[in-house]
Design a protein around this ligand. Structure first.
Ligand SMILES: Cc1cc2nc3c(=O)[nH]c(=O)nc-3n(C[C@H](O)[C@H](O)[C@H](O)COP(=O)(O)O)c2cc1C
Length: 390
């Protein structure tokens, strides 16, 4: 678990820090929150202290319960400092090495990586002094999450908005991986979610897949530099930004989309829970209730098998969801489909489906086995890709 200091400075975006703090905790980070003096004009310390007891420190904080100097003890504990939102004034203080409050002091006293999420009016953001300060901070090794563009609190339109908390979380989760690994220049296809196999106009056969693992794999591959096409079965997830998304319903449609895209791709990740079978015929009319009823099923195309057979150069990573004999079935599937690697989910007792966390057992084609411990799915995705594609 990583210790993160979440610094909040005086910006109208300070209210978003509550959601960010919750997301960080949910993603297994141990957080302490440090407010600048003016941050308390935007967000109440009482609210923060009620939501995050014993984790909130104010600007004038100097000593903790054990009489330790807070700016030093917090700075030493920190694995990462994230200031979100980061005001123009905070940026200026940091670039000057000024330390008027606890947050600025501990930024000077730490060896931890510091990440800033600037948030301000578009004209302030474009101001040459602000940009010069940003340049200086980047040169000193601080990481800047680019502000997003859009309608601002003051009514202006342009760059300067703090990115959404989930985007900041993704950035934080990627830091350790993105600096050391790259998929730049690679093209990846990721399949995700369940498929719907129609029975009649109102009914279908499907499964419990939420698509979360596949969407996180697509996101991680993209953040590592790959150009990603996500082929998604029906899910309720938000579409990833700046990524080609092909929505499909059935296994046949997923197969056709994958086949269309595969020729010039380098990596194929099959995280979708593709239905093995589909009804042999689809009733045009809604089937009426009557006596006992049985469905005749036929096999769906085996998408990853077909892709690997036709395009042997593609690195193919399959997924297996098993309730028993995980390794044995994993090895069988790896061999039968001639995969480069397989990641096995233990889905016994309802685990994995729709959860935000996952753990995987992975087998590669040369027989190496490794386990990725339980973590948020984005982190699991980074670990999986970085281990297999280093
Ligand atoms: C209503 C209001 C909204 C503000 N919003 C921002 C903002 O979004 N970004 C920013 O850099 N400054 C903003 N400011 C100015 C900062 O709050 C001011 O520079 C303050 O001194 C920042 O202090 P700090 O960096 O120590 O938190 C705003 C001021 C007011 C009164």
């Amino acid at each position: 678990m990583k210790n993160v200091i979440l610094g909040i400075s005086g910006s109208i975006a300070a209210y978003k820090a509550i959601e960010l703090a919750k997301l960080l905790i949910n993603a297994n980070y141990n957080i302490n929150i440090v407010l600048s003096k003016s941050a308390t004009d935007f967000i109440s310390p009482l609210t923060l202290k009620s939501l995050f007891p014993k984790k909130v420190f104010l600007a004038e904080g100097t000593l903790d319960d054990h009489d330790q100097m807070l700016h030093i003890s917090l700075a030493k504990q920190a694995g990462l400092i994230l200031i979100a939102p980061c005001s123009a004034n905070m940026i200026a203080n940091l670039s000057n090495g000024s330390a008027p409050c606890l947050l600025t002091s501990l930024c000077l006293a730490t060896k931890a990586k510091t990440v800033l999420a600037p948030a301000m009016n578009v004209v302030m953001w474009e101001n040459l002094i602000v940009q010069a300060n940003i340049k200086k901070l980047k040169e000193r090794g601080m990481l800047i999450i680019p502000p997003s563009s859009g309608k601002q609190a003051c009514g202006d339109n342009g760059v300067g908005r703090m990115p959404e908390p989930h985007n900041i979380l993704e950035y934080i989760a990627s830091i350790d991986f993105v600096s050391y690994h790259t998929l730049k220049g690679k093209k990846a296809i990721v399949t995700a979610g369940p498929t719907h196999e129609k029975i009649d106009p109102v009914r279908f056969i499907s499964n419990c897949s939420s698509g979360k693992m596949g969407y996180n794999l697509a996101k991680a591959a993209q953040m590592l530099g790959a150009t990603v096409t996500l082929i998604s079965g029906p899910t309720s997830l938000n579409p990833p930004e700046n990524m080609e998304l092909i929505r499909v319903n059935s296994a046949q449609e997923m197969f056709e989309a994958a086949h269309r895209k595969a020729a010039n791709c380098d990596i194929f990740i099959s995280a979708a829970a593709v239905a093995d079978y589909k009804p042999k015929s689809i009733s045009i009319e809604k089937i009426k209730k009557g006596a006992d009823f049985s469905l005749k099923l036929e096999k769906n195309p085996d998408i990853i098998y077909e892709i690997k057979s036709q395009f042997p150069h593609i690195f193919c990573l399959g997924f297996a969801a098993e309730t028993t004999n995980h390794l044995e079935y994993g090895y069988q599937k790896l061999k039968a489909k001639n995969l480069d690697a397989i990641a096995i989910n233990d889905v016994s007792k309802g685990k994995v489906f729709n959860e935000d966390y996952n753990e995987l057992t992975v087998i590669t084609k040369n027989g190496t086995e490794f386990v990725i411990e339980k973590n948020p799915k984005l982190e699991v995705a980074f670990k999986l890709l970085c281990t297999l594609l280093k």
